[in-house]
Design a protein. Structure first.
Length: 273
């Protein structure tokens, strides 16, 4: 599917993987709706994108200065996500959704202070899994109402939804029961949703990143980051957000990618801890 002239809604769009993906799609000619928390850098990032006057604008799309919009929202809040979807539809045909919002709160089931608080486990599930599903269902309803586009290789398509899981979905470590469960569930629901949305000409694909340079990772000492990078077989370093963005852009372009979870991890397999 051609990105030019489409609208992309990206959660967690103010930083990390989401910001890199927004930049990549914006520069390819899409309008982007950045969805992130009110305290994020979303407003500033939207202004930065709008200042990039070298990006091509598709027929019928707003001028480059208007193609990036920040909508503050909590992905678990139905009304706020619906407002973001409405903002995307107002810009043009919503054809791309990328779910990058998430948290990685660690916690052992039996820690030093006793059993893991249920509210801690539930918060991770609510944001990573329920939040992703909330965005999927509301955005898909808007996508399904659009006119199909014709892909470069022929055949109609309305859009593509890209979710973010993690290698923790398959190689969860000690202290990651909530995170691994949430990301495993995101991977597990990819195929059934893709099968259901096939009748609406909407694809669903999930990316499972390994260890990437993200704000979550930036909180670790540099020595710890370097150590984690050396655990990756090849390339022996942390993944870069631009590499996630490149895969997301390829998924949009390649109509045969559907119902799949793709590991993007440099061949790493996480140890127990």
């Amino acid at each position: 599917m051609d990105v030019l002239g489409t609208v992309a809604l990206i959660t967690g769009g103010a930083s990390g993987l989401g910001a890199a993906t927004a930049r990549r799609l914006f520069d390819a000619g899409a309008s982007v709706v950045l969805v992130d928390l009110p305290a994020s850098a979303g407003e500033d990032f939207a202004a930065e994108l709008n200042a990039r006057n070298d990006a091509p604008a598709g027929a019928g799309t707003p001028e480059p200065a208007n193609r990036a919009v920040f909508v503050p929202a909590d992905v678990t809040n139905e009304a706020q996500v619906q407002a973001a979807v409405d903002a995307a539809v107002a810009l043009g045909p919503l054809r791309i959704v990328v779910n990058c919002a998430g948290v990685g709160t660690p916690g052992k089931v039996l820690g030093r202070d006793g059993a893991l608080p249920l509210e801690t486990f539930n918060r991770v599930i609510q944001i990573n899994l329920v939040g992703t599903f909330n965005v999927i269902r509301l955005a898909a309803a808007a996508m399904a109402a659009t006119e199909p586009a014709v892909t470069a290789l022929g055949g109609p398509e309305r859009g593509v939804i890209i979710n973010t899981a993690s290698v923790a979905a398959f190689d969860g470590q000690i202290g990651q029961p909530a995170y691994a469960a949430s990301k495993g569930a995101v991977a597990a629901m990819t195929l059934p949703i893709a099968r259901e949305f096939a009748r609406s000409l909407i694809r669903v694909v999930t990316i499972a990143p390994g260890i990437f340079e993200t704000p979550m990772m930036a909180g670790l000492p540099q020595e710890a980051q370097d150590s984690l990078g050396h655990q990756v077989p090849h390339p022996s370093r942390l993944g870069r957000p631009a590499e996630y963005a490149n895969l997301a852009a390829h998924i949009v372009d390649n109509a045969m990618l559907n119902g799949e979870t793709i590991r993007l991890d440099g061949a790493i397999r996480m140890g127990p801890k």
